[in-house]
Write a protein that binds this ligand. Structure first.
Ligand code: ATP
Ligand code: TZP
Ligand code: MG
Ligand code: MG
Length: 269
């Protein structure tokens, strides 16, 4: 099947099945993440208490772990949730927000990757470089422009971590270390709104909940997301980032086979 048809089938599945996505995310992006998942057609839940996360993770279609505003008690709960997800075959998506900015973030990322079976890691190039022990400058949670060859770095990370890597930026790279896709959808306005990387990680969770081929799930998530952003930027072109943020939610709900057919820019390496 052509990649376009596979992506259309995946977004249809999300909208039909309305998968439950358990997010353990940061305090900055919580509301935007929940609204973005609703717009896409998924069902978000945020749950953090160590007393309940094992139960919530096992009934979810995917578990998304995000260390954006990490605290030790949350990290402990993430490990409990992640082990439950692993035991019940629920895919775990990990967003190592700010890895490399502080030792605590880098060490926590490595601990999560060591102790859990992470299906997909989604981050910017600097975060992913730091997670695999290559120093890379990072300013808070924002990755620099990067001196990396992103395809090489993503493939190296996928092999070293034995997981699927979604490395985002102007270009997005999706790889399991063997097959690699390069995506060119998206818009610079995505860099003017906080939480667009974090929401993408949760959107990867929504697709992973309905599509067993996880590389295809990631390709679909990144493509639908990037195409929605292009239409949102056009619709809100006369305004600023505030209008873009709201219009992006509208476009996540609207993105169609026709939109994808017009704009899809992803190719296999
Ligand atoms: P950072 O903190 O470095 O911005 P992030 O976690 O916010 O990282 P991004 O790399 O910004 O994550 O990715 C979020 C979304 O924004 C992805 O869909 C990506 O394709 C898109 N994106 C990021 N930068 C650009 C750009 N310059 N042009 C087009 N799309 C972009
Ligand atoms: N500070 C800690 S987490 C966070 C900020 C600003 C949100 C980061 O979101 P994203 O999606 O990585 O831009
Ligand atoms: Mg960004
Ligand atoms: Mg981020």
């Amino acid at each position: 099947m052509m990649i376009l048809n596979q992506i259309v089938e995946s977004i249809n599945q999300v909208r039909e099945k309305n998968p439950l996505v358990h997010n353990m995310t940061n305090v900055v992006v919580t509301n935007f993440t929940a609204n973005g998942l609703y717009a896409l057609g998924a069902s978000p839940v945020m749950a953090y208490a160590k007393e309940e996360v094992a139960d919530m993770a096992q009934m979810a279609g995917a578990l998304v772990l995000n260390i954006g505003t990490l605290k030790e008690e949350d990290v402990e709960a993430m490990l409990i949730a992640g082990k439950s997800a692993n035991e019940h075959g629920v895919p775990v998506i990990f967003d190592p927000v700010g890895a490399g900015a502080t030792v605590y973030r880098t060490e926590t990322s490595c601990r999560i990757l060591d102790e859990l079976n992470v299906s997909v890691i989604r981050g910017n190039a600097a975060e992913l470089a730091n997670v695999i022990g290559e120093q890379s400058e990072i300013k808070g949670v924002d990755g620099g422009s990067g001196r990396h060859n992103s395809v090489e770095l993503a493939e190296k990370a996928a092999k070293q971590l034995d997981t699927i890597v979604v490395m985002t930026g102007k270009e997005d790279v999706i790889t399991d270390g063997q097959s690699t896709f390069i995506g060119r959808n998206g818009h610079p306005m995505l860099t003017k709104v906080t939480g667009t990387g974090c929401l993408l990680s949760s959107v990867v969770g929504a697709f992973a909940a309905v599509e067993k081929n996880l590389v295809l799930a990631c390709v679909s998530a990144v493509s639908v997301y990037g195409v929605a952003a292009e239409f949102a930027a056009e619709q809100s072109a006369k305004e600023g980032p505030g209008s873009f943020q709201i219009e992006f939610l509208n476009q996540l709900a609207k993105v169609s086979a026709k939109h994808l057919d017009e704009r899809l820019a992803i190719k296999k390496k």
